[in-house]
Write a protein that binds this ligand. Sequence first.
Ligand code: FAD
Ligand code: SF4
Ligand code: SF4
Length: 649
Amino acid sequence: MTEAEPTSPVLPERPRMDADIVCVGFGPATAGFLTTLSKQLTNADGTPAVESAVMPGLPPQVLCYERADDIGFGVSGVVTRARALRESFPEIETAGIPMATPVTGEKVLYLLDPVGASRRSMMLRLADEAIRAFKFALPVENDALNLPWTPDFLHKHGGMVLSMGQFIQWAGAQVQSTGTVQIWPGTPVAEVLLDDVAAGVRRRSPESLPQDRLLTSAATRTKVLGVRLLDQGVTKLGVPADGFAPGMDIHAALTVVADGPIGPIGRQLDEHFGLPPEHHTRDWAVGMKFVVDLPEDTPLKPGTVLHTFGYPEPEIFGFLYVHPDRVASLGIFVPSWFDSPVRTTYRYLQHWMLHPYLWRYLKGGKLRSWGAKTLGESGRRGEPHLVGDGYARIGEGSGSTNVLTGSGVDEAWAAGAQLAEAVLELLKAKKPFTKENLEATYVQRRRASWVEAEARVAEKSRDGFQRGFVTGMIGMALAGLSGGRLALPGKPLRPWERVPSLEDYFRGRIPRDEVRKIRDDCYTRGVSAHAALMERAGWPAIPYDGQLLVSHQDALLLGGKVQAPPGYADHVAFIFPNQCQRCGTKLCVEVCSGQAITPGENGVPNFDREKCVHCGACLWNCISASPENPERMAVAFRAGTGGLHSAEN
Ligand SMILES: Cc1cc2nc3c(=O)[nH]c(=O)nc-3n(C[C@H](O)[C@H](O)[C@H](O)COP(=O)(O)OP(=O)(O)OC[C@H]3O[C@@H](n4cnc5c(N)ncnc54)[C@H](O)[C@@H]3O)c2cc1C
Ligand code: SF4
Ligand code: SF4
C-alpha cells in the first residue's frame, strides 16, 4: 500500500441568499434610512405597498448587517440639533428614550494651561498672559475663559443631549417592530460583491486575506451585486481552520453602504471607483468618550453642554454633556492636524479631565463606560461617488458630517431618510437601482437639502488648522460668520508628510539621545513610549483614583469591557512589514485607543484582537505610505467582530 497523497481539505461551499435591499452597518445613517423606509413598505391593512422582486407577493426583503456585537455598540455622538430626528419622531422628547434630555445651557470655554506642559505658540502664550493679567475684567474662572458669546453655527439650542447607543437601540426596536426589516448585529460585512468578481476575474489586493479578497481590474467592475459576510472558523491570518464557515453572499438589487468613516466597505468602493476630483479623506480625529457618574452634589443640570479648546494641547477640542440622573458624557478629539508623534487620546483625556475648571465637577465621579471612534473630518471634501449601479452611500462615510458645526448624527440620519424616499419612489415606479436613477432621486434630494447647503458653508472652514491652531480658529470663525464665503487656505497633508520624528517633536525639551533611549527602553519592554516621554517633557503623572482616573489597562476591563469572539481573522494587519521595521515613530502604537498594538520584537508591531476597540485610528495614524497608493498606509484595517460592549457610548 502506498502512502496517501496529501489532499487539500474540501471546504464547504459559500452559501448564497437573495434579498431586495442589503444595508452595511446600523448607525444613525441606516437608522434614518430604515425608519423612513420601513414605515412605507406595507399598507395599513398589512398588504405590501410595493412588491419584493425576490419573494413576489411579499414586501421587499430588507436586511441590515451590523459589525458590532449588539445594536448601538458601534456608535457615538451625543448633542444634536435633532432636526432630521424630529422629522422622523416628532414625539422624540417625550418618547422615554433612556439618557435623553433637551439642551438647557451651552458654554464655549478656552482652557488655559494650568501645568505649563502644553505646546503653545508665542502668539498663544501672549494671549494667555493677557487673559491672566485682565482676569478681573474677563469671565475667567478656574483657568478657563468663558466666551461671552457662542457663535450661531455652534449653537445646539433647541436640540437634545442623547446617548447615541441608547438612541440607536431605541430606533432599532422601532424599525424591527414594523416587521419589514431584519437587523443582524455581530455580523460584519467583509466586502461588496462586484459584478465581475462573480464572474471570477480577480486580482489580489494588498489588504487581502490569504484565501480571498480578490479585486478585479478597474475597467470592467461597474455594478455592485450585494455583499459577502465575514468568514468564521479561520486562523488569525484568515486561513480556513476547524469549523470553517464561509461568510454568506447576499445578493440584492440595492446595497446601502453606511459603515461610517473607517468602514472597510466604503473604503473598498473608494479604492475601486476612486474619489471625485479634488476630494480626499485626509482629515480625521480620534474621539474618545467617557460616560461618568457625576458626584451626588453636582451643580451641573441635565442638558448642560460645555465645549472646550486650548488644553491639554491647543489643537484638542473637548466636550461635556449632562444626561438625566447625574450622568455625563465627556471626551476629547485629537485631530490629524495635531502634528505630534505621541497622539495618545487616552492620556490626553485624563489631563483634560484634571483641568481645574472641569475637575471641580468631576472629582468624586465614577467611570461607567468608555469608547473611542474615528470622526471623519474631511466633510463634504471627503464625499465619494454617492451612487453607482446597485449601490448608494449615506452617513459619515458619504461625507455628510459637518466639520464646522461638529455635527454628524442629524446629517447622517437626514441622508438616510433622503435615500429611503428615493428608494420608495423608484420601487413604486418599478425602476431599477441604476446610477442614473439613484442620481435623479437620492442625490438630487440631498443636493437640495440643508445637509448640502450647510456642508458647502463648512467645506473650507477647517483649512486654516493645517497651518496652526490660531489660523485654524480664525479660519473657522471667518467661514462660520461669512456663510462659507471667506476662509483661510491650508493644504491637508497625509501623516507621512506632516508628523515629525520623536526627536524633532521634543527638540528643546528632551535631548535627542535621551528621546531615543526612552523610546528604546519602552519598546524593549513592549510598551508604548508616550507616557514616559510626556512625563519627561513636563506632564504630571496621572493620580489614579481607581474610580475615574484608572490605567488604560484597567479601563479595558471596566463597564463595556472589550470582547472578541474566537474564530475570526485579525482585522488589523501590518501589510508592509519591512516599512514597519524601518519606522522609528511607531505612531500606530502610540495612538492605539485600546493598547491593542504594541511594539514587536522584530520592529513589526503586535496586534491583540482582544483589546481592540475598533476606533480605526491605526488606519490613518501610520506614518508610512503604502507603496501602491499614497493615500493609504502600511497598516490594513478590515472588517472585524468584537470591540467594546456598551450601549451607553
Ligand atoms: C467621540 C465622538 C463624539 C461625537 N459627538 C457627536 C455629537 O455630539 N453630535 C453629533 O452630531 N455627532 C457627533 N459625532 C459624530 C457622529 O457620531 C457621526 O457623525 C455619526 O455617528 C455618523 O453616523 P453613521 O451612521 O454614518 O456612521 P457610524 O455611526 O460610524 O455607524 C456605522 C456603523 O457601521 C458599522 N460597521 C462598520 N463596518 C462594518 C462592516 N464591515 N459590517 C457591518 N457593519 C459595519 C459600525 O459598527 C457602526 O455601527 C461624534 C463622534 C465621535 C467619534
Ligand atoms: S504601521 Fe505604520 S506607524 Fe506603525 S510601525 Fe508600521 S510603518 Fe510605523
Ligand atoms: S488596533 Fe483597534 S483600538 Fe488600536 S487603534 Fe486600531 S482600531 Fe483602534
